[in-house]
Structures are given as structure tokens and as C-alpha cells.
Design a protein around this ligand. Structure first.
Ligand code: ATP
Length: 329
């Protein structure tokens, strides 16, 4: 069995918060951002870590990097306790926060990389090799002399991913790496991450609101809500637990009455475009075949359900246990 690279055992994080209740009065209360969290990730696995806003995802990642210290529980990354040995751990991990950049805003991209070369004391040959590889695969060649503030969001994100990888980290934490990117950039970023995981065996913990990221990259997904692990298993299993639905968007060659097909129902019609909902755990292939055989089809695409609706459906179910393969209560 693969060695556990990330170990989280009964971890809690409680923030003390002061709230203004009057002109001069302040009330203290506690926010339990992470609660009895237990999971482990073997070396080389790529795991999705999802949940609604305020669920505790960023707090978990900050504890895994050592930025925050857990209030209780045990946490190890590569055998290191992050908050005690943050600097030693920093050489072994890479972090990308999609909403913030770690690059120097006013400097050309290549200057940020040169600074990281020095800061992480990366051996010259390794730095050159990693830089060349990232520049090629992330298509950064024409951008190296551009100041970061002039890069588009997608270019900046690719620049940030390269920055996180120059020192060859064994684990990569990605917090919303595809947020705000166009379809082409998303495809590029996902392709790069898949290759990184397969070829280099980099362990990846991926936080995202885009279930397509998870579907295309992760065999395993963990769902956190109110600081607790609600589900740990395969994405298909999550769809089954949540009885969620995907949407097939069908463009017909002309306007038609709502399509009559098995296993799906038409939820919206707009001119020649129709939206059909079908169980997310089911393959779209038979449905597509049915439509192609019976109707004048021009184009189609599949939309994943959003994470909030999958989780809302999990709650709507009557059974108290929301577990996939494991969800400690
Ligand atoms: N420094 C802090 N002080 C007080 N409360 C905090 C702090 N950081 C986070 N919280 C609270 O802890 C909870 C979890 O926040 P966290 O940022 O981990 O959620 P998240 O799942 O990453 O959300 P999002 O998807 O919106 O980024 C929230 O209620 C948040 O308000």
C-alpha cells in the first residue's frame, strides 16, 4: 500500500472573533472553521477537496502549509508537522491560490522566477530544467519579459503554477486554479496538472468550485462543509449520494417541441436549443446516441451540476449518514 503523505487526524481550528454589538461594545465569540477533520492522502494521489463558501477548505490548506496552527489534532505532511517546521516543509510543497498571486506584480515574470531560484536555493541545473519544462508545457515562452500586472488572468495563473513548481515540490496545493479562466486556458491547466501527477508522481490537493476539474483530474473527492468531512470517495459515488443531475445542452438544426427521450427530461427550451437533465452518475453516451438517431442534431455539450446543488441534495436526503466510502462523523 502507498505511504500516506498527508495525514490529518482529528484536526480542529477555532478562531476567536470579536464582533461589534453596539457603539462601544464588542462581543467575543468563536468560529469553528475546521472540526474533527480526519483524512489521509497517499503519495502520488490527486484528490479534489470541495465544499461551499466558508466550509473550511482554505483553513485546511493554510494548516497544511503551516501558515495556521491547528487548535487540536495531529497533522503531518511528508512526516513533518507543518506549523513547527514551516521553512523545512516549504521546500517540499508548492501552493497556488487562484485568487492571489505569489508573483511580483511590477516585475517581468522571469524576474519572479529568478528571485525564487535564489530564495529556495534551487540548484542551477534543476532550476533551468524545471523552468524550461514549465515554459514549454504552460506556453509561457512569449510572456517571460512581460510584467505580471500586464498578464491576463489565465496567463498569470499559468505563471503562478510554474512558480509553485520550480523547486520540484512533492505536493502541490491548488486553491481554485481554474477560477475565472476561459475554456481554452482551463483545458491547458488541467492537461498540465494531469501530466505533472502522472509523470512526476506529484501529490495534488485540489480545491475548486468547478466539478469538471474534479471529473477530469481526480479519482477521489472529499467534501467538507461546516468544517466537517461529509464525503470521501469517488465523484460518481458523490453523484449517487446526492442524486444529482447533469445537463445535456442540445443545439438542434431547427426549433422542435421538447425532445422525448429515455432517462432524461427537458428542463428548458430556447429556440433550437434544449436543456435536458439526466442522472449525473449515468453516462451521457446512450442519451447522445438516442438524440443523434432521432433528431437533427447540430451540436451538444454536457454541464456538470454545481457543487452547492450537489451538497444541498446530500442534505435533503433523509439518512443521517452522508458517507461515500468513508465520512467520519
Ligand atoms: N482568520 C480568520 N478569523 C476568523 N474567522 C475566520 C478566519 N479565517 C476563516 N474564518 C472563518 O472560518 C470559516 C471557514 O473559512 P475558509 O476560508 O476556510 O472557507 P473556504 O471553504 O475556503 O471558503 P471559500 O470557498 O469561500 O474560500 C468561515 O466561517 C470563515 O469566516
Amino acid at each position: 500500500m502507498a505511504e500516506d503523505f498527508i495525514e490529518v487526524d482529528g484536526v480542529e481550528k477555532v478562531f476567536d472573533v470579536r464582533r461589534k454589538t453596539g457603539l462601544l461594545r464588542r462581543e467575543r465569540h468563536q468560529v469553528r472553521a475546521v472540526d474533527s477533520l480526519t483524512f489521509s492522502v497517499p503519495r502520488g494521489e490527486m484528490v479534489g477537496y470541495i465544499g461551499p463558501n466558508g466550509a473550511g477548505k482554505s483553513t485546511t490548506i493554510k494548516m497544511l502549509t503551516g501558515i495556521l496552527t491547528p487548535s487540536a489534532g495531529r497533522l503531518r505532511v511528508a512526516g513533518i508537522e507543518p506549523s513547527r517546521e514551516r521553512t523545512r516543509l516549504a521546500r517540499r510543497i508548492g501552493v497556488v491560490f487562484g485568487q492571489r498571486t505569489t508573483l511580483w506584480w511590477d516585475l517581468p515574470l522571469i524576474d519572479s522566477y529568478r528571485l525564487m531560484h535564489r530564495m529556495y536555493r534551487i540548484p542551477d541545473a534543476r532550476y533551468r530544467e524545471n523552468l524550461d519544462r514549465c515554459v514549454e508545457l504552460l506556453e509561457l515562452g512569449g510572456l517571460l519579459d512581460t510584467p505580471v500586472r500586464q498578464l491576463s488572468l489565465g496567463q498569470r495563473m499559468r505563471g503562478d503554477i510554474a512558480a509553485a513548481l520550480l523547486h520540484d515540490p512533492e505536493v502541490l496545493y491548488l486553491d481554485e486554479p481554474t477560477i475565472g479562466l476561459d475554456v481554452v486556458s482551463k483545458v491547458k491547466v488541467r492537461g498540465f496538472l494531469r501530466e505533472l501527477n502522472e509523470e512526476r508522481g506529484t501529490t495534488v490537493l485540489l480545491t475548486t468550485h468547478d466539478l469538471t476539474d474534479i471529473e477530469q483530474l481526480c479519482k477521489r473527492v472529499m467534501v467538507i462543509d461546516h468544517g466537517r468531512l461529509m464525503y470521501d470517495g469517488q465523484l460518481d459515488g458523490l453523484h449517487q449520494v446526492g442524486e444529482s443531475e447533469r445537463t445535456l445542452v442540445v443545439d438542434l438544426e431547427r426549433e422542435l417541441p421538447p425532445l422525448d427521450v429515455e432517462f432524461a427530461r427537458v428542463v428548458k427550451v430556447d429556440g433550437p436549443r434544449q436543456w435536458l437533465a439526466f442522472p449525473a452518475a449515468q453516462s451521457a453516451a446512450p442519451l447522445v446516441a438516442q438524440i443523434a438517431a432521432g433528431y437533427p442534431l447540430a451540436d451538444l455539450s454536457v454541464r456538470e451540476p454545481d457543487i452547492e446543488s450537489v451538497i444541498a441534495r446530500m442534505y435533503a436526503r433523509e439518512e443521517p449518514s452522508l458517507g461515500g466510502t468513508a465520512a467520519p462523523s
